[in-house]
Design a protein around this ligand. Structure first.
Ligand SMILES: Cc1cc2nc3c(=O)[nH]c(=O)nc-3n(C[C@H](O)[C@H](O)[C@H](O)COP(=O)(O)OP(=O)(O)OC[C@H]3O[C@@H](n4cnc5c(N)ncnc54)[C@H](O)[C@@H]3O)c2cc1C
Ligand code: SF4
Length: 515
């Protein structure tokens, strides 16, 4: 993004707010606080990318991912690297799929509804009003009316269906399952984005996860961050925060980051952490800040993301087109469920290296078997889920004995799917197989997967039971706030980024109201 002419602040200045991270959580709040007249410095570990820096080549596109090693354990270890989080101005929105289902109000009240999981300590209607605001800010396409929420409308017509979407539609049709074009933060006609310029319409190239060179896909780098800079915020790149300094009262006084090998101290009146569901708890555990409850790093959540692939007689070429262009929400509360919560279903297209990695990791394929499958890739279509995940004390992020290039202990994440996740996955796998068979697949196979890093600094009403309150403010350190993936009390079935951005705007309002 264009950072020319950006206002800058001295490190001796006491700025109103330092924000760590410029992704889905950090950027909306940065823009909103700057717009309301606060001095804001956003510190970003990664670099700034121009559209021309992005490439569909999967081997080179990893530059936009967080590739520094994380240790992963448990019975269902989470895959990191490109499957996980981003690094750069825009954070994970540089590589996200821009699939934007809204959070379901029932998921936010799961404990009340089912006795399982947790309720979120906020009003679902209020959160959903912020979701609608985000959709307007970033530009979301989708069907109007939306079958599962007839009052909802989208400003842009849906993205074109790719071949896997057409096949999944055929399967759903045969089984009498409702389906629709998916909501996606992808423009289907050009838009003049305030403070940024023209963003073009999607050309259906399929390279969303490698970064959109057309600017059709919304990232925080083409939406909230240009607005933040126009309002006077400063974004410092290549700035890896590794320390938080508290004053005698136990309030944050400054953060320390390393930039070009040099440690720099930035004083601030308040600190907002938005470094994502792994880096935010890692920083808190490393500095020992805000963890009197012992809850930092606990309740790590990962969405169930099982995929079923089918081989068809006709050529599919699923790497082309917007990858997730079909959705069904019919499984949000299946009548025959033996589990709490539900799952969203989406059609899948995929790039070759990502497919190969998932075949190896989720299907256990290797050598000749893997190569044989890859030879068939052009005639395969996929369907997958995003399934709710309940919090568990044993699934957690801790610091390991190994250190990274900054001398910070690496994160060790332990994740094992519980009985509810397993029951949901059994139901989903059977459902996905039925759809692919009804679509006419000659052969089907299942790839086990999980996705997203959530819940390691959760919101709670009781300070003993979480890290931040329902506003996103630390229970312990009054001028410390968190607004990213880590504050989610439960995973929800919806993919997380829209909810994170909505929470970020809400946290900004709560922050301003508290001043
Ligand atoms: C392949 C893939 C596809 C996805 N597709 C979708 C999708 O279609 N829909 C959806 O809703 N979600 C999707 N997601 C998930 C979504 O992108 C993330 O959940 C979301 O962006 C996370 O937001 P965040 O603010 O918590 O973290 P991030 O967006 O990851 O931002 C964190 C930022 O903080 C920076 N940072 C971290 N530590 C430090 C530090 N110590 N100092 C300074 N900076 C630091 C990082 O560099 C990064 O830029 C996808 C994720 C992946 C991996
Ligand atoms: S499919 Fe559309 S949104 Fe995705 S990268 Fe290509 S042009 Fe961008």
């Amino acid at each position: 993004m264009n950072l020319d002419g950006m206002r800058t602040h001295g490190t001796d200045d006491i700025v109103d707010v330092v924000v760590v991270g410029t992704g889905a959580g950090g950027a909306p709040l940065t823009a909103e606080l700057a717009r309301r007249g606060l001095t804001v410095v956003a510190l970003e570990a990664g670099r700034n990318f121009a559209l021309d820096d992005l490439t569909p080549d999967e081997t080179e596109a990893v530059e936009i991912n967080w590739m520094s090693e994380r240790l992963s354990g448990g019975d269902d270890p989470t895959a990191f690297g490109p499957n996980n989080s981003g690094r750069g101005v825009g954070g994970s929105t540089l590589h996200w799929g821009a699939f934007t289902p809204r959070p379901d109000a029932r998921d936010l009240r799961l404990r009340t509804e089912t006795g399982e999981g947790r309720d979120w300590p906020l009003d679902p209607a209020e959160l959903l009003s912020y979701v609608a605001r985000v959709e307007g800010d970033i530009g979301v396409s989708g069907p109007t009316p939306y079958p599962w929420d007839p009052d909802r409308s989208y400003a842009y017509g849906a993205a074109a269906r790719n071949a896997p979407a057409n096949l999944v539609a055929r399967g759903c049709e045969a089984l009498g399952i409702r389906y629709a074009d998916a909501p996606a933060a992808v423009l289907t006609r050009a838009r003049l984005q305030d403070h940024h310029g023209e963003r073009r319409a999607c050309i259906n190239c399929g390279a969303c996860h490698q970064g959109c060179r057309v600017d059709a896909k919304a990232t925080t780098a083409n939406t909230y961050l240009p607005a933040a800079v126009a309002a006077g915020a400063e974004i410092r790149t290549g700035a890896m925060v590794h320390d938080i300094e508290l004053d005698a009262r136990g309030h944050v006084a400054a953060v320390v980051y390393r930039q070009d090998g040099v440690d720099v101290r930035q004083r601030c009146r308040s600190l907002v952490l938005a470094a994502g569901g792994v880096e935010t708890p890692r920083l808190l555990l490393h500095t020992g800040v805000a963890n009197g409850s012992g809850q930092v790093g606990r309740n790590f959540l990962a969405h169930g993301a099982t995929q079923v692939w089918g081989r068809f007689d006709e050529p599919v070429r699923g790497h082309r087109g917007y990858p997730s262009s079909l959705i069904t929400e019919d499984m949000m509360r299946p009548a025959d469920a033996d589990f709490a919560g539900g799952y969203l279903v989406q059609s899948l297209g995929v790039m070759p290296l990502t497919f190969a990695t998932t075949l190896a990791r989720g299907g256990g394929l290797w050598g000749r078997e893997l190569m044989a499958r890859l030879d068939q890739a052009q005639s395969m279509a996929g369907i997958g889920i995003n399934g709710d995940c309940l919090p568990s004390d044993d699934n957690r992020l801790e610091l390991s004995d190994e250190t990274d290039e900054f001398g910070i202990p690496r994160a060790r994440v332990t994740f094992t799917a519980g009985p509810n996740e397993k029951a949901l996955d059994r139901h989903a796998t059977a459902f996905l197989l039925r759809v692919m068979e009804a679509a006419g697949a000659r052969e089907t196979f299942v790839l086990a997967r999980s996705a997203h890093t959530i819940g390691t600094a959760r919101m709670s009403t009781d300070p003993a039971d979480g890290v931040v309150d329902g506003d996103g403010r630390s229970h312990e350190v009054p001028n410390l706030w968190i607004c990213d993936n880590s504050v989610f009390p439960s995973a929800l079935a919806a993919n997380p980024a829209l909810t994170i951005m909505a929470l970020s705007l809400r946290t900004a309002d709560r922050f301003l109201a508290s001043a």
